[in-house]
Write a protein that binds this ligand. Sequence first.
Ligand code: INI
Length: 159
Amino acid sequence: MSTEVMVDGSLVAGEGRFGIVLARFNAFVGERLLEGALDTLRRHGVAADRITVVRVPGAFELPLTAQVMAEAGLYDGIVALGAVIRGATPHFDFVAGECVKGLAQVGLKTGVPVALGVLTVDTVAQAIDRSGAKAGNKGAEAALSILEMADLLRRLRRP
Ligand code: INI
């Protein structure tokens, strides 16, 4: 009888350090996402001095900043937060697309997990719903996912 080896990430932060990069554009939403992410990290045992928060102008600036943070080698994971709202710009598809694609590339290029806590929505109401009102908090979800991925990658690298 064979026994499979199962590897899962837990939500225990341990000694992990985490970076958060937050877009200031649509700050009324972004700050709620930040609150959700910080609350989740702290409630899972991450001390405040193990969290670095960096603010950038908008979602377009998130990938480069996340990349520089990842390359610094100081963080077990990075959470990217922001809100791209279709109603607010004809550039929605470009800004949202480049942001999401760029963040994915940072994770692949650096090996440091990057969690996508960037809302890409049609309306301000949807953004509010997803930042702590009716439909959860995308920042909190992203923080949970970075805890899991940081632990999973740690286990896979040092089995
Ligand atoms: N940045 C956002 O984070 N959200 C948006 O909805 C948005 N809109 O609407 O344009 C936005 N634009 C700014 C962009 O991210 C850059 O900061 C800017 O183009 C300068 O590079």
